[in-house]
Design a binder for this molecule. Structure first.
Ligand code: ADP
Length: 468
């Protein structure tokens, strides 16, 4: 049975039970009230009827007058002689005749008691009262006044009719109200159920617009939040999937290129008949490409370690110059060969980081700077900030620069602004990803500012000392 039907039935049964209980109690109460009022009334009426009948003369008008008294009083009047024998009864019904002789008990009471009026037995279907007559005009000795109890209960019929009519109208109203109310209650449940089913089936775009301030509204909001979270998780998964596919495609591509070049060089060498200068050239090309593949695997391994092992870095306090100075020495020749100046500050500033990994970061940034600068200089600057106890490390160049459209993806694996040129320069496309991963593992970030044609600045911050 649906919730709607259950609710409607519950309302109706409660109502029927409630109305029946209340109406039964009220009818019982009214019956008792009417009976006790009837008993009082019949005794009162018996008094004036007694006087009226005492004054009736026993002539041909006797019965007519008796009938008139019965008609105006609404009672049935039975007249008994002094021995208690019935001799007149008005109005006369075959079905409801008064006893021919008055009950001995009543006769005794009427004859002995001071009271002239007496209520009859309360059981039976008639309400009765008796009186002793003392008439000089007729031989009547006793009067019996009676009325069927049903007549007393007559108003109850109307009351009962009103109650039952009211009950049926109420049931009708309850049916309508309960259908409307249960629809109001069950509609959001059905909406929630269908939305939850759709979301579970994968339709995470499904949102529920329940404009309610009650628990259903809260539940709908939670459901929307859940769908939103699922949606973003799904998107994240799709993106990750795409990235992974792209990553594998890139690796394949990155390895196939140098392998082709090596194969080409070896083929040429196998053909023979080359002068020694050309031989050396092909051998050098093959060797360069081998180094490139080697570097590619090293970079990939490093990245994989950062992805899976957060304890890969070992931090300590060390002077930055102990890393920068040897790098300046190492790359000075390479820079000079390109006609570039490589300058750096060698202040004795301490930082708290992993020296080997910071060296790798700086090495990647310096080699990139040399690669992508044709004239001018490359600077390594250190700036101390006492306010937040950090050291800003910056590698700037006066090279080709990077346009804004590339900045967002610059640190993605295998991303290059100019693929062909970068490969020519021996790049793996992983240098900046490695820089980013190392700095992230230090709780830091790499920043870049660049103007195409003017140069680039790569910088990051390191803490001066260990933070507790
Ligand atoms: P690559 O091995 O190609 O150098 P990186 O991840 O180190 O890979 O760099 C990604 C790309 O970012 C480079 O191909 C280059 O286009 C750009 N880039 C990096 N550093 C610089 C720089 N100093 N000046 C201009 N472009 C740069």
């Amino acid at each position: 049975m649906s919730i709607r039907a259950k609710l409607a039935w519950t309302f109706i049964l409660l109502l029927i039970f409630g109305i029946t209980a209340i109406s039964s109690y009220s009818i019982l109460f009214i019956r008792n009230y009417l009976l006790s009022e009837g008993e009082k009334q019949i005794l009162n009426d018996t008094e004036w009827l007694t006087i009226t009948i005492e004054n009736l003369r026993l002539d041909d008008q006797f019965e007519t007058n008796l009938n008139e008294a019965a008609r105006t009083s609404g009672y049935r009047l039975s007249i008994y002689d002094e021995q208690g024998h019935l001799f007149a009864e008005v109005p006369f019904f075959e079905t409801e005749q008064a006893p021919d002789i008055i009950d001995d008990q009543i006769l005794l009471s009427l004859n002995s008691a001071n009271e002239r009026f007496l209520a009859g037995p309360s059981d039976g279907d008639q309400l009765t009262a008796y009186s002793k007559l003392a008439s000089q005009f007729n031989p009547a000795g006793f009067l019996r006044v009676s009325i069927p109890k049903d007549q007393i209960y007559e108003p109850i019929k109307t009351i009962r009719w009103i109650i039952y009519t009211g009950m049926f109208i109420s049931i009708g109203l309850v049916l309508i109200v309960s259908v409307l109310f249960s629809r109001y209650i069950s509609r959001p449940i059905l909406q929630l159920e269908s939305a939850a089913r759709e979301i579970a089936d994968g339709n995470t775009d499904r949102t529920l617009d329940l404009d309610r301030k009650d628990e259903f509204g809260t539940l709908a909001k939670s459901l929307n939040r859940m769908a939103e979270k699922l949606r973003s998780d799904n998107l994240e998964l799709v993106k990750m999937n795409q990235k992974q596919s792209q990553f594998f495609a890139d690796i394949t591509h990155e390895i196939r290129n140098p392998l082709h070049t090596i194969a080409g060089s070896l083929e040429m060498l196998q053909l023979g008949g080359l002068d020694s200068e050309k031989e050396v050239k092909y051998l050098q090309t093959a060797e360069r490409q081998t180094h490139r593949i080697d570097r590619l695997f090293k970079d990939l391994l490093t990245l994989q370690r950062y992805d899976s092992d957060e304890h890969f870095i070992r931090k300590k306090t060390f002077p930055l110059c102990s890393v920068i100075d040897p790098l300046l020495e190492t790359y000075e020749n390479e820079a000079t060969e390109k006609g570039l100046k490589l300058v750096g500050k060698t202040d004795k500033e301490d930082v708290f980081a992993d020296p080997d990994k910071i060296e790798q970061v700086l090495e990647n940034l310096i080699t990139n700077a040399i690669k992508f600068t044709n004239k001018g200089e490359i600077q390594i600057n250190i700036e101390r900030s006492d306010t937040n106890n950090t050291i800003k490390v910056e590698v700037s160049d006066t090279g080709v620069g990077i346009s804004d459209e590339h900045l967002e993806r610059l640190f993605d694996r295998f991303y290059r602004t100019d693929k062909a040129r970068s490969r020519d320069k021996g790049g793996t496309g992983l240098g900046l990803s490695v820089v980013k991963s190392i700095l992230n593992a230090h709780g830091s970030e790499i920043h870049v500012k660049s103007t195409p044609g003017k140069g680039s600045k790569f910088f990051f911050y390191l803490p001066q000392r260990a933070t507790s």
